[in-house]
Design a protein around this ligand. Sequence first.
Ligand code: LHQ
Length: 264
Amino acid sequence: MDEKPVLVDLREGYRVVTLNRPQRLNAFNEAMHVALAAALEEAEADGSCRAVLLTGAGRGFCAGQDLTDRLAAGETPALGGALEQFYNPLVRKLRALPFPVVAAVNGVAAGAGANVALACDIVLAARSASFVQAFARIGLVPDSGGTWFLPRLVGAARARALALLAEPVAAEQAERWGLIWKVLDDAALMGEAERLCENFARGPTVGLALIKRALDAAETNDLAAQLDLERDLQREAGQTPDFAEGVRAFLEKRAPAFTGKRST
Ligand code: LHQ
């Protein structure tokens, strides 16, 4: 069933990475983790890749950990080890990739699947999609950054209820709460995700990567430290050819032609 647990489609300037275990709503097993990690590494190593679109095959986005994989055999699995080996590096990688990652949540996103989506830079969801912090239903704790993302995205009261009640949140509610960026009609989801990635693929990539870094650092910095960081990152952004091109294009009243490169 799992011949290719992750599909990679090379587009002009970006890659579409599709979780591909549709019979299990794209739940993670080891093979899918390994393939996804490789797909993200390859995207990062490819200098022409300036965005990633992450989505799921079939009717789900991702149902979190595959509960039939080893767990059903009655093993007492080393869950901490699974997080250390697979989920935590995945979340760190999504945040650290030096270009935007757009999640197109095409259906249910449950457990670690929901939090992997929330780790992406821009989260779009189909109107039929939902987000479930399913962990409490099976006696677990939200992982893959869930306890960190949820209160930051939706506030303490909603984060607690989502984690403790493990009730699904419909995509429209998720958008209203600020859990995600935008909900779209199912048929419009991929088109909009592709449009965003096409724009990112023509964007000032170094500057966009620095924005990711600044916003992540802001979660723990005080204002003084953040002002210092903005100064340092702006210095770096200001040395890119894309900054010079952006200003030139503005003055010449034309669209900029960004290269996404660090230097000429
Ligand atoms: C599944 C799964 C699944 C296997 C649907 N596994 N087959 C990290 C570290 C290490 C270990 C522990 O966990 C973690 C993090 C986690 O992610 S823990 C949370 C794991 N995920 C869940 O608890 C979610 C389990 N799934 C569900 O609650 C439902 O399937 C959802 C709400 C996602 C979707 O419900 P429905 O739309 O009603 O679909 P369904 O339940 O009928 O699922 C369709 C098929 O997919 C079905 O197989 P079948 O052979 O009966 O057609 C499910 O068994 C299978 N599936 N999730 N996680």
